[in-house]
Each structure stands twice: as structure tokens, then as C-alpha cells.
Design a protein around this ligand. Structure first.
Ligand SMILES: NC(=O)c1ccc[n+]([C@@H]2O[C@H](COP(=O)([O-])OP(=O)(O)OC[C@H]3O[C@@H](n4cnc5c(N)ncnc54)[C@H](OP(=O)(O)O)[C@@H]3O)[C@@H](O)[C@H]2O)c1
Length: 295
């Protein structure tokens, strides 16, 4: 029935949102979920929202104190259980142990949320050494591969196994000043495209690759490269909230969507690129130059 004040359109939008939330809640209930990079930012947001859906959580990152208090908070919020696992994703043995600890605690793994990452931006021509390329590849790319390698056999045993991959718009477009970060995210996208094909279209284990633009976390204060172009982050209208990123991610992974682009820019850019790559160069340069963008 139509609502006298808010009208039919808004009402149906609210209903769609509620349906999605119910579907998401239903999917994650009782599921065992590993989250990497859980101690802060998007990973923390994923952990807290999943708690409300009655999941069993294995929270992974390096900051033991932050993880311990997050595990307590998750249990208070409704998680069936939550364990804190201190681990550096660049260390294969740490990742192996994290998977083993999850199996010991919960007996299986249904969802692997790969999210631990670092960022940084600087024009390539101003770089004085290349160690940042190794670091970015080790954390952002190899960290995802390490966890996938050890968790894959167990995810395949789950009836509806899922791998949620937090990539970035920088895995789709050559964003200026981000040679190292973009390279690591392009590598991530390539790896999971191949793995999805190897699993085959009939696999019940689904891989969803998230490509958000800028999300409103403190990742920029932890940049491993300092750029002299901070003005690019001043226009807050370019940022997506952590809540929107988390909700979009959890729904996309639940329904086994191939990828999630969230915003207009990462959605349309690959289409425009196919027609005119030059136009995309112009758009993306404006985006990072501090010029407000409506996209
Ligand atoms: N924020 C954005 O604008 C944005 C946009 C697109 C994509 N993303 C992607 O989203 C993911 C999360 O970003 P965020 O903004 O939430 O970042 P964040 O707030 O800086 O959080 C990063 C998380 O990764 C963990 N981490 C970093 N290095 C690690 C290592 N070697 N081993 C284990 N854990 C490690 C950190 O925990 P510890 O320090 O405790 O280890 C932290 O929990 C990243 O993959 C990022 O590339 C972010």
C-alpha cells in the first residue's frame, strides 16, 4: 500500500534495502568468516556488522590489543563467537597458522574476507628508491595469495564458500601517483580472475572482487609514501562511507556477485575506456587534482 507522505518510489527503495539486508543477514548467520585487516577501517566495519548477523569471526591483523578489544565488542554485538589472531599477512607461516587456529576454533571456514592492505601515493619520477614496490606487493598482493592458498581447500568444503576480495578502483584504472598501489591491486584483480576461471562456472565457491573508490578511513594517515598533493583528499564528496562500503561488500559477497564497483566512477570508467582511453585519462587526472568531481 502507498505511503501518504513518502510516496511509492521511496517506499519501494526502502523495501529493496530491507530485502537486501535480510538476504545478507540470512546468508551470514552461523557462518565462519575470516577477516584480514580486521583491526581498523573497513575490516573493523565488516567485523562489527557481521557480528550483528550471528557469525563466528576469526579477526586477523598485527595489532593484538586492537583485535582483542574488537573481539569482545563483536561478542557483545551478537557474534556467536569471535577470536583474535595476531598475524602478518606477508608471512606465509602466520597465514597458515591463522587458518589452522580458525579450524581448531570453529571446525571449518565458509567465508574469507581479504582486506588487509596498505596504500601510498607519490609521482614515480619523484621516488628515490623502489622498496615501496616490494612492500606494497608483499602486503596487498602476496598477503591475499598467502591466505587464499591455505584457506582454499577448506572453503571448497563449505556448501556456499565465498572469497571476498577488497581490491580498489586502482585495480581498474591507472590513477596518477599510485604506480606501486595500482600495480598491487591490478595484480590482485588478475590473480582472482584466473582463480575464478580455474574453479569453473559451476563451482559453489564464489569469488567477489570489490573495487571501491575512496573510502572514509584513516588509511591515508598511514600511507607508506607521502605525497605533496593532500588537496586531492579535501573534497569529502568523493569519499564513500565505511558503512556503505561494508553493506555493499557483504551483500555482493553473499549473493556471489562477480564484482562490486559501488560508485559511478569505477562503474563507468571501464566502459568509457573501451571507447576512448584518452577521455578516461582526463577524468582521472581531474579526480586526483583536487577538482571537485560529480562522478
Ligand atoms: N580507504 C580507501 O579509500 C580504500 C579504497 C579502496 C580500497 N581500499 C582497500 O581496502 C582495504 C582496507 O583499507 P582501509 O581503508 O580499511 O585501511 P586501514 O584503515 O589502514 O586498515 C588496514 C588494515 O590492514 C591491516 N594490515 C596492514 N598491513 C598488514 C600486514 N602486514 N599484516 C596484517 N594486517 C595488515 C591493518 O592492521 P594492523 O596494522 O593491525 O596489522 C588494518 O587492520 C585495503 O586493502 C585497501 O587497499 C581502501
Amino acid at each position: 500500500m502507498s505511503h501518504p507522505i513518502i510516496g511509492d518510489n521511496l517506499l519501494s527503495l526502502i523495501n529493496i534495502r530491507k530485502d537486501k539486508e535480510n538476504e545478507t543477514r540470512e546468508f551470514y548467520k552461523n557462518k565462519v568468516v575470516i577477516i584480514t585487516g580486521a583491526s581498523m577501517g573497513i575490516g573493523k566495519g565488516l567485523s562489527l556488522t557481521l557480528s550483528q548477523y550471528g557469525t563466528k569471526l576469526a579477526l586477523c591483523a598485527r595489532s593484538a590489543d586492537l583485535l582483542e578489544s574488537l573481539a569482545q565488542e563483536c561478542k557483545l554485538k551478537g557474534a556467536q563467537d569471535a577470536i583474535a589472531i595476531t598475524c602478518d599477512v606477508t608471512d606465509q607461516n602466520d597465514c597458515k597458522k591463522a587458518v589452522e587456529k580458525t579450524l581448531q576454533a570453529f571446525g571449518g571456514i565458509d567465508v574469507l574476507m581479504l582486506n588487509a592492505g596498505i596504500s601510498g601515493s607519490q609521482p614515480f619520477q619523484e621516488m628515490t628508491d623502489l622498496s615501496v614496490f616490494d612492500k606494497m606487493m608483499q602486503v596487498n598482493f602476496k598477503g591475499y595469495v598467502n591466505f587464499t592458498f591455505h584457506a582454499l581447500p577448506h572453503l571448497k568444503k563449505s556448501q556456499n564458500g565465498r572469497i571476498g576480495v577488497m581490491s580498489s578502483m586502482s585495480g581498474l584504472i591507472g590513477v596518477p601517483y599510485r604506480t606501486a598501489y595500482c600495480s598491487s591491486k591490478y595484480a590482485v584483480n588478475g590473480f582472482f580472475e584466473v582463480l575464478r576461471n580455474e574453479l569453473g562456472k559451476d563451482s559453489t565457491l564464489k569469488i567477489t572482487v570489490m573495487c571501491p573508490g575512496w573510502v572514509d578511513t584513516d588509511i591515508r594517515s598511514r600511507h607508506v609514501l607521502k605525497d605533496n598533493n593532500d588537496s586531492q583528499y579535501k573534497d569529502k564528496s568523493k569519499f564513500m562511507s565505511v558503512e556503505d562500503c561494508v553493506n555493499g561488500t557483504l551483500y555482493a559477497v553473499a549473493i556471489g556477485k562477480r564484482d562490486e564497483r559501488f560508485q559511478m566512477l569505477p562503474r563507468i570508467i571501464p566502459l568509457i575506456k573501451a571507447v576512448s582511453a584518452k577521455t578516461v585519462d582526463g577524468i582521472i587526472s581531474k579526480y586526483v587534482s583536487g577538482t571537485p568531481s560529480k562522478l
